[in-house]
Design a protein around this ligand. Structure first.
Ligand code: FES
Length: 87
């Protein structure tokens, strides 16, 4: 039985209608694409049982401030493209 918090197949959950603006240290990160993770930003394996997989991205600047998508509608994952404004 599927929990009500699970995203429908192929449709990510809108984790928030604003980006998560963070200053990140250089390293690789696993961006949550399903919207089910606790913070709506980074993968915590909550995608298990869905078709979603995290998107690994690397920060190379020292340090880098980024706006990461939490609405999961961006066409520029993992970054916010302003799509949340239309929700
Ligand atoms: S928890 Fe969302 S992609 Fe892993």
């Amino acid at each position: 039985m599927m929990s009500e918090e699970k995203a429908p197949e192929n449709l990510p959950k809108v984790a928030a209608t604003s980006p998560n603006v963070l200053t990140l240290e250089p390293k690789k990160y696993a961006f949550c694409t399903c919207g089910l993770s606790a913070d709506g930003t980074f993968c915590d394996a909550s995608h298990r049982g869905t078709t979603f997989r995290p998107q690994v991205f690397e920060v190379t600047e020292v340090p880098e401030t980024v706006a990461l998508c939490r609405c999961k509608q961006s066409q520029n994952f993992p970054f916010c493209d302003g799509s949340h404004a239309s929700l």
